[in-house]
Design a protein around this ligand. Sequence first.
Ligand SMILES: NC(=O)c1ccc[n+]([C@@H]2O[C@H](COP(=O)([O-])OP(=O)(O)OC[C@H]3O[C@@H](n4cnc5c(N)ncnc54)[C@H](O)[C@@H]3O)[C@@H](O)[C@H]2O)c1
Ligand SMILES: [Zn+2]
Length: 400
Amino acid sequence: MMTRTEADATLFGAETAWQRFSVPFEFPVVFTEHLFDPANPAFVEALRRREPAKRHRALILVDEGAAAVAPGLVEQVEGYFAAHAGSLALVAPPEIVAGGERIKTELTHLEHMQDRIHELRIDRHSYVVAIGGGAVLDAAGLAAATAHRGVRHVRVPTTVLSQNDSGVGVKNAVNLKGVKNYVGTFAPPWAVLNDYAFIRALPARERRAGIAEAVKVALIRDGDFFRWLEANADRLATFEESAEREMIRRCAALHMKQIGTGGDPFEMGSARPLDYGHWSAHKLEALTRHRLRHGEAVAIGVALDARYSVLAGLLPEGEEARVATLLEHLGFDIFHPALERRDASGASLLLAGLDEFREHLGGELTITLLSALGVGVEVNEMDGAKVAASIDWLRARTGR
Ligand SMILES: NC(=O)c1ccc[n+]([C@@H]2O[C@H](COP(=O)([O-])OP(=O)(O)OC[C@H]3O[C@@H](n4cnc5c(N)ncnc54)[C@H](O)[C@@H]3O)[C@@H](O)[C@H]2O)c1
Ligand SMILES: [Zn+2]
């Protein structure tokens, strides 16, 4: 017998054909040093990996911050292209672009990059190479992903955060309407080329900020890594090289594993485990007009949701103090007055971040919390009173 739905479908003459296909993605993530030393094959090999015989055209965009601390960088890139002239061609001299959140917030920067891609005839088999922090990679990635519906994009991350997290990600975005990452796409890069020499030049504040993402991913996925971070907090806080390198690589590997094998690289569902601690972090960035760095806001968000996990009965009491202690050892301030800001009617501005996060997910509110240090769990609601109590706990810890 026909079911009711089948009968209705017959009645309306419906016929459904299912279209199904999947597209495999792969891209190399290289850790090297002196990327633009002509003797280093990493860059040229990444570009020619599919078409070894061709001459590859590239537009190079350089973060002003990275350029400022590496004065010879533009000449080095030019020298590299000259040394590999059989395989590589610059479409124009490397171009310096605005660094930091400004490039994501003032849309003239995005438009300018799209103009250059157009004027210089970057086609779907040419490259936009972005050398910079997460903000430059996000904005340049969006320009590349939308020109001709997607030209090849190579990332050369120059900050801890972009090497250990955003660089290996598959998304990009700019900020619009006061909402962080409002306009963006999912677009895997062509290659990710990490050069540790950039990290040495990074100001301490930026260098520290990126460690927050390592604490985040350790907390949701890898208890051993969390204990390693605890044991090495002093070395990390003083930017000792071997510890920093290991932290970056392990963190990047965990992000790659989650994206590659977590089952939802393009975030079709509502779960967003890599965004642990981020619902409040994104709101704090906006509330402080980006005076708090992304990583600094993540450190606060990570501590807040650890305490919340305890109050929600998910994480044993005392474990949240280990999270806070680690972040403090690393040099983070885990409280910011913006956590307590209210609108004219007295409503918490931070809690509005939960609604924005829900909208961003597009479905049910799904927040990752902790059931152990190294194990994330998903919940579908957050209690305002418990959030407020968690903020009180953070303030009390910092003696304010
Ligand atoms: N797409 C993703 O998956 C993803 C993931 C995480 C974070 N993000 C985004 O990344 C951004 C944060 O990135 P970030 O932490 O790398 O900071 P950033 O890109 O804002 O850079 C911080 C500052 O450092 C400067 N700088 C960059 N490299 C330098 C170097 N080697 N030496 C000296 N100065 C240098 C920049 O000019 C800037 O002033 C945020 O916008 C965040 O939303 C994106
Ligand atoms: Zn982040």
